[in-house]
Design a protein around this ligand. Structure first.
Ligand SMILES: C[S@@+](CC[C@H](N)C(=O)[O-])C[C@H]1O[C@@H](n2cnc3c(N)ncnc32)[C@H](O)[C@@H]1O
Length: 262
């Protein structure tokens, strides 16, 4: 008995330790991050909606509503939802656009299949989905009045290139808004929050997919993400005017927004 528990504890910590370099190595590499992200989202696609509600204690819907509410739609706009996943934000945009169009773009086919199924169930006409990379958006310059990104910027291997692409496809005067996990300014709160994500993410990943790294990706990618203040500064450097942010829950979640100059 005496030796069994320590051995078991040693084994599981060995598994976690052993996976650590793999996750970190991929998330911090410009070349390896995207293939890693693609594989991960293909794996979690069927459970994505459930996991998102579960991990956010149901608050995800409210945060997405706040994102869509940052736009003052007249009804005829063209909106692009980057990294649309299963389509929550794309559908919310489409509902606000009476004569306009909402376009969802994502790199993962499994996520798009679910979005497409929802679209036909809801019978919404002014929505279309496309498989593509944020770093190479398959639309002409100045096509969209509004661009959104829900939990997207943290996933791209080159954030500056992503902001340049967003700027390119926006019409002059068009607005961009991104929702993502944030960096709480209070250091202790930030440490607690990251460690909470590590513990919950590892447990959930192990329970649902047999791999603790599946949801530990969130805190690992967040550590390397510049956060709401860093993204605001990058947006200013990329040429957005009025670039700023709003944060919720003491900074655990944030909206970054800005406008393309006319
Ligand atoms: C956390 S999910 C967010 C989904 C959705 N926006 C939402 O808020 O529920 C992140 C999405 O980003 C997509 N993604 C990651 N890298 C991408 C890229 N380079 N181009 C397009 N989509 C990407 C993934 O396939 C995944 O669907």
């Amino acid at each position: 008995m005496d030796c069994e528990l320590p051995l078991h504890a040693h084994r599981s910590s060995f598994i976690v330790q052993d996976m650590k370099p793999k996750l970190k190595e991929h998330v911090s590499s410009k070349e390896k991050k995207q293939p890693y992200v693609n594989r991960m989202f293909e794996t979690i696609a069927p459970r994505y909606d459930f996991i998102t509600r579960f991990l956010s204690y149901g608050m995800d819907r409210g945060w997405k509503r706040k994102l869509v509410d940052t736009f003052d739609f007249k009804g005829g706009e063209h909106a692009l939802d980057l990294a649309c996943g299963t389509g929550d934000i794309t559908f919310a945009l489409a509902k606000r656009l009476t004569s306009g169009q909402a376009v969802g773009l994502d790199i993962t086919q499994g996520m798009l299949d679910i979005a497409e199924r929802k679209r036909s169930e809801m019978n919404i006409g002014n929505v279309s989905f496309h498989r593509a990379d944020i770093l190479s958006i398959p639309f002409a310059d100045a096509t969209f009045d509004c661009v959104t990104a829900g939990y997207a910027l943290r996933n791209v291997p080159d954030l500056e290139a992503a902001l340049a692409e967003i700027m390119r496809v926006l019409k002059p005067g068009g607005r961009f808004c991104s929702l993502d996990f944030g960096h709480p300014p209070n250091k202790l709160y930030r440490w607690l929050y990251l460690n909470y994500l590590i513990v919950v993410g590892s447990t959930l990943g192990l329970a649902l997919h047999g791999d603790p790294d599946t949801y530990r990706y969130i805190p690992e990618s967040l550590k390397l993400y510049p956060g709401q203040r860093g993204v605001r500064d990058m947006m200013q450097r990329a040429g957005f005017i009025d670039a700023d942010f709003r944060e919720f829950g003491g900074g655990i979640m944030s909206l970054n927004y800005g406008t393309k100059p006319r």
